[in-house]
Design a protein around this ligand. Sequence first.
Ligand code: 5GP
Ligand code: MN
Length: 345
Amino acid sequence: MNIQDSKSLQALLDTKPVITIIPHTSPDGDAIGSSLGLYHFLRNQGHDVQVITPTDFPDFLKWVPAAQDILIYPNEERKVEQRIANSTLIFTLDFNNLLRAKPLTPLLEQSGADFVMIDHHQQPDTYAKITYSDDKASSTCELIYKTIVSLSSVEAINYEIATCLYTGIMTDTGGFRYSLTSAETHRIVATLLEKGADCTKISSQVLDSYSIDRLLLLGHVLNDLTYLEQYRTAYMYISSKTLKQFNFRKGDTEGFVNYGLRIKEAELAAIFIENEEDKLIKISFRSKTNLDVNLLARTYFNGGGHINAAGGSSHISLEDTLKYFLEVLPKFLSLPNAYQSMPTI
Ligand code: 5GP
Ligand code: MN
């Protein structure tokens, strides 16, 4: 965060605002970690602050310090509506377009609060009074770390904050493997470990916490994986019937898409998941090298994200979505800008 933004943010905080922190819908480790990391910091500074999630989040994140203080919109609609209406300062974290906060989007659009966006996705929207956006950052948690240090100092990072931020950096870098994992990421993580973040415990609680149903669902999905050698693309799909068969719980399919990239030659992996409740197909894309799946998601699937991790959705049937994907895949791969020049870190 630059000095000007840091001063402007401090000036907003000096007015003792009613603060709400909102991550994106279907929050992941970075969304929950950044929201709760900022929550602990602001609370320690004596602020009135509440985290609200637009939808529920997976059990493997429910242990993150203060996760039980979060208001989950579908579970507490009235409380959430009142809180947003009363808020004078709203932080939106780990997303950059209010449509990514569905079903809270209309409540946020109607709000008279000042907005602060802290995020690392490409092409940020312009709704916020202060926008701290850095698409070279590994995670929003990394940006929250820098925000805390610029508003206060490293001394303000305690065990709870360190645990929250470590969780988000670990998950958003795929365990410190993705291309935006920088020397600076590791320096920040080193500080978080010094502040008491327990890397063994955190990774075990997030990663080694499958139910038997979840593991068997993974087996079922992998069994049907298709690899298109010609396009170096692996794709998987899950019907709502399969989800029911394996007693699906929120978060169960998290990370499945990455298995497609385990194939040595694969450059692109996709997963298509039928969501009966929202009547859509949720799609995740991952890539190796500099193949820009953000472009794929944006151009053909009403989505977005990053070069190597993006997502979107489709409102036709699962079968037709797969057909459409196979149709647009060669078109996408032959776009002149399908392969991006990678950012230098
Ligand atoms: P995931 O595949 O894990 O759901 O998401 C991967 C990345 O793509 C995340 O950074 C997420 O924010 C972004 N993303 C996923 N779905 C959508 C979508 O429907 N719209 C947009 N704009 N971004 C998405
Ligand atoms: Mn993130």
